[in-house]
Design a protein around this ligand. Structure first.
Ligand SMILES: [Zn+2]
Ligand SMILES: [Zn+2]
Length: 232
């Protein structure tokens, strides 16, 4: 969490008090923060990239006409900058890019599913898969008891979606979800259908920890992906 919440320049809330991060040293595993002696009207949000690489597939099965797998993966997360946003309207005040990004790499466990057969059938498929990834991760705590922060997600416009345990060596959450993914798809479809927002809201596809600041999302296409999966 530190690279996403304690990078240099981050405003960090602790016990209701705002602190400004002066330095984050990943080698020493140390962050230097100082209390902010004014009322803060802004917050910071990390901009990040990540990649996943399969180390070993440990199990796979058929899920709604598609192959779903579970196994060991290597995750590389990079925080390359951050946004400063207005606390009231969430409008962007500033954007910063680091000279040297913060890098964090680890091995953990993940599930992945390939939906490459849908790429040309669903309009704006990549944004739809990103939306489906967000909503499905937000449904997972209900069947696992985990906190959403214990999971990470990654979707490729070419059709593969990963959900991984977001700690080194895993926490067991995606292993549970692997065997219940059909239920997650059904819950995701229900949520997208019932949420009466127009283009997405925090109750459906908006995720506060999205490394893309919730850009590149398409609620309607995400719903089509869930529907098409359930028909399979
Ligand atoms: Zn909504
Ligand atoms: Zn996202």
């Amino acid at each position: 969490m530190a690279i996403k919440e304690l990078f240099e320049g981050a405003i960090y809330l602790h016990g209701g008090r705002p602190y400004l991060s002066r330095k984050l040293d990943l080698e020493k595993m140390e962050a230097q923060v100082e209390p902010m002696d004014r009322a803060v009207e802004e917050y910071t949000s990390a901009l990040s990239n990540k990649s996943a690489e399969v180390v070993e597939e440990l199990a796979s099965r058929e899920c709604l006409g598609h192959k779903i797998s579970f196994g060991k993966v290597h995750i590389a997360e990079e925080v390359y900058g951050f946004l400063v946003k207005d606390i009231f309207g969430a409008t962007r005040i500033a954007e910063h890019t680091f000279e040297t990004p913060y890098l964090y790499e680890y091995d953990t466990y993940a599930l992945w599913i390939d939906l490459d057969d849908m790429v040309y059938d669903i309009p704006e498929f990549g944004d739809g898969l990103h939306a489906f990834e967000h909503v499905s991760i937000s449904m997972m705590p209900a069947i696992t008891g985990a906190d959403p922060k214990e999971l990470g997600g990654l979707s490729h416009p070419s059709g593969r979606m990963y959900v991984y345990d977001s700690v080194p060596d895993g926490n067991g959450v995606t292993q549970v979800v692997f065997s219940k993914f059909e239920k997650i798809v059904q819950m995701s479809k229900d949520r997208l259908e019932k949420c009466d927002c127009e283009k997405g809201c925090p109750k459906c596809i908006l995720d506060p920890s999205c490394g893309n600041d919730n850009r590149f999302l398409n609620k309607e296409s995400g719903k089509l992906i869930a529907e098409k999966l359930l028909k399979g």
